[in-house]
Design a protein around this ligand. Structure first.
Ligand SMILES: [Fe+2]
Length: 214
């Protein structure tokens, strides 16, 4: 039981400050980033939706740049740069954490749905590791929303995030976009009831260096 409790603490610590800008002092305690299911579109779990078989394996190139799959391949859509930090609950950076992201492409289709056929230039999945300050970054696209199960699941634009820290189970969550007017109808955004956490998980894009960045 103690081992399980220790493991749980480590999991919470691993994602405590995901997407949180800045650094807090050791006397502060951060609200852990909420856990949200990975869902049926994770590329490494080719189970797919119950009635929609997966059609892909991982991209050939596993990098933090999802906007290219080959030297000549470029993703459709609005390219953005997202970055954040993985820290423990007292604001200490976690170096070497593996961060993965995946989202729909510019046509609102996941890699597992069509194997990338609708946009061969978009990797659909990316992976990186945090640096000494716990920082990570990805170049990707701003995805759109989608509905599943005949409208029972309604999703606004979001990016799935998975964090792995040595010795702990993988932790999954998501990020949204603050300027998306329909976040309040998103089935999973609505589960984050703390306004402070909602604000932390809905990123604000700023135009900088030729990219929209968050
Ligand atoms: Fe999704």
């Amino acid at each position: 039981m103690n081992n399980r409790r220790t493991l749980l603490k480590r999991i919470l610590a691993a994602v405590a400050a995901l997407l949180l800008p800045g650094r807090l002092s050791a006397s502060d305690t951060l609200a852990p980033t909420p856990f949200l299911t990975a869902g049926p579109f994770y590329p490494r779990d080719p189970s797919g939706l119950p009635f929609l078989p997966a059609r892909t394996t991982l991209p050939e190139l596993l990098t933090n740049d999802l906007t290219r799959t080959r030297p000549e391949g470029r993703a459709e859509g609005r390219h953005i740069l997202i970055s954040g930090r993985v820290m423990d609950v007292v604001g200490r950076p976690l170096a070497g954490a593996v961060v993965e992201i995946w989202s729909v492409n510019a046509r609102n289709i996941y890699l597992v749905e069509d194997g990338g056929a609708s946009d061969p230039g978009f990797a659909g999945f990316g992976v990186t590791a945090t640096d000494a300050e716990g920082r990570y970054s990805f170049r990707t696209i701003r995805p759109g929303g989608y509905d599943c199960y005949f409208g029972l699941i309604r999703r606004t634009a979001h990016i799935h995030v998975l964090v792995k820290v040595a010795g702990a189970e993988a932790f999954t969550t998501e990020m949204w976009f603050a300027d998306e007017p329909r976040n309040s109808i998103d089935c999973f955004f609505r589960r984050v009831t703390d306004p402070g956490l909602q604000a932390r998980m809905a990123v604000i894009l700023n135009r900088s260096g030729g990219f929209d960045q968050a």
